[in-house]
Ligand binder design. Structure first.
Ligand code: SF4
Ligand code: SF4
Length: 450
């Protein structure tokens, strides 16, 4: 059990921070979640299972164990994939528990100074800032597009630096100019406008998935949506919540609510399942903020994943054929976090010529989990190798998913273990089948005014 413990006979001291006691008490320790958990399947250790982690949280809550390095390692090795929530018959809010446990660690545990500075810079400066995101993307873009990356790979220059080689394989492709240039624009619907929606760009995706964002906007335009990309929006705070940086996440959530809630939108959309999950939980995140608590609930009620939204409004059937086989990798935060396994599959099955083939264990985490793959690379790579075995077994030429983080991980998987599959977001598949840019009206720069 975790680190230094107090005696079991001493009276429990219930801590006021960390996971809430009423949430912890929903677990009946039945163990039905164990085999759904990637870290448990990989390591076979109770301490790295959902039940084991909850048990450790309870002991910390009762003051019978410390927030020490041992506890921290088990809590941080969790992918926050929430597969255990899907498996749990007792409705344990595991996502909420692990986020609260990490917030507790962030507040009370010690970290090496280098790690502290890196985390402060990444979460506090980079992710919420278009300036920093563009500044850091520029050298990456030059490295990737100038031929230097190809030269380094061919010459095997990174072979002597295995950690650097791993990180290079996982790094996103910089896409410049970034999607930030579309902030404050309105994209008219193709034909009559049936809906007026806001689109959230997020943080890193603006500089690494600008093409995906543009494809998503076009798909929405073709489905009768006037799409506004509101100025003033910022990072959704999902990565902050997962890392235990609750204060940062609350500040970002307040900014997004102020920027978008009163824009008269039928829905506020994201193509990033991890963001969607966090955005739908703003009500919980801001429940203690009197200035935003009510607005946060209203805002969360307007959030939809693009797959969810399109499947619900009755999507326009694409006309172009894609003669290929596609398999779908569930995004954990869409399937387990938002309980939406079906919409992406429904949309893929609309595409003429495309054959859908389910892979085994499609709802098992691919090992991406936000920035987990760079923090816990060995575990992440072990999960990815298994995932690619399942994907390869379908012989599909396209692996689709609904979250940019999963796409990055799967692209690395194709590079390491695959057979030249294309890795695409569901929106990119649809955009291709709709004909891409052809016949889509241009945007106007109006700050999102009606
Ligand atoms: S989290 Fe749910 S499934 Fe897992 S041990 Fe607790 S009650 Fe059982
Ligand atoms: S969130 Fe995922 S990794 Fe974490 S305990 Fe649950 S199933 Fe395991």
């Amino acid at each position: 059990m975790a680190g230094s413990e107090r005696g079991d006979n001493e009276l429990p001291v219930l801590r006021s921070t960390g996971p809430k006691r009423q949430d912890l008490d929903t677990c009946v320790h039945c163990g039905l979640c164990l085999n759904a958990c990637p870290t448990y399947r990989e390591l076979g250790l109770e301490m790295d299972s959902p039940r084991g982690r909850i048990y450790q949280m309870i002991r910390v809550n009762e003051g019978r164990a410390e927030l020490d390095a041992n506890y921290q390692s088990h809590i941080e090795l969790c992918l926050a994939c929430r597969a255990c929530e899907t498996a749990c018959p007792s409705g344990v809010p595991y996502g909420r528990l692990v986020e609260a446990a990490r917030a507790d660690l962030e507040e009370h545990a010690t970290r090496p100074w280098k790690e502290r500075i890196t985390r402060d810079f990444l979460f506090g400066k980079v992710l919420p800032s278009p300036f920093w995101l563009r500044l850091l993307a520029a050298p990456l873009y030059l490295y990737q597009r100038s031929g230097l990356e190809r030269f380094v790979n061919r010459a095997g220059l990174l072979n002597a630096f295995p950690r650097l080689k791993e990180l290079a394989a996982l790094s996103p492709r910089a896409t410049l100019p970034s999607f930030f240039r579309h902030y404050g624009k309105t994209f008219p619907a193709v034909g009559e406008a049936r809906y007026r929606v806001a689109f959230l760009g997020g943080c890193m995706a603006n500089v690494s998935f600008a093409n995906l964002h543009e494809a998503t906007v076009r798909v929405l335009q073709r489905n009768g949506c006037e799409v506004v990309v509101p100025d003033g929006q910022t990072c959704c705070g999902a990565l902050h919540v997962h890392a235990g940086r609750k204060d940062d996440a609350q500040r970002l959530a307040s900014r997004n609510i102020d920027a978008m809630l009163n824009g008269g939108f039928d829905a506020i959309l994201t193509n990033t399942a991890g963001c969607g999950c966090a955005l739908k939980e703003y009500g919980h995140l801001l429940e203690d903020d009197p200035a935003h608590a009510e607005a946060a609930i209203q805002f969360a009620g307007k959030i939809k994943d693009v797959n969810e939204f399109l499947a619900a409004i009755g999507p326009v059937r694409p006309e172009r054929e894609i003669q290929a086989t596609v398999t779908y990798q569930d995004s954990c935060h869409l399937t387990h976090g938002q309980k939406l396994p079906l919409p992406p599959r429904t949309l893929l099955k609309l595409v003429p010529g495309l054959t859908f083939k389910e892979m085994p264990c499609a709802d098992h985490c691919c090992g991406s989990a936000g920035i987990y793959n760079v923090q816990h690379t060995a575990m992440s790579m072990a999960l990815l190798e298994k995932k690619m075995g399942y994907a390869n077994g379908t012989s599909a030429e396209i692996i689709a998913s609904a979250n940019p983080g999963c796409l990055l991980q799967l692209q690395a998987g194709v590079h390491l273990h695959g057979s030249s599959q294309r890795v695409l977001h569901v929106m990119e598949v649809l955009d291709e089948a709709y004909g891409g840019k052809e016949g889509v009206p241009p945007a106007r720069k109006d700050g999102g005014a009606k």
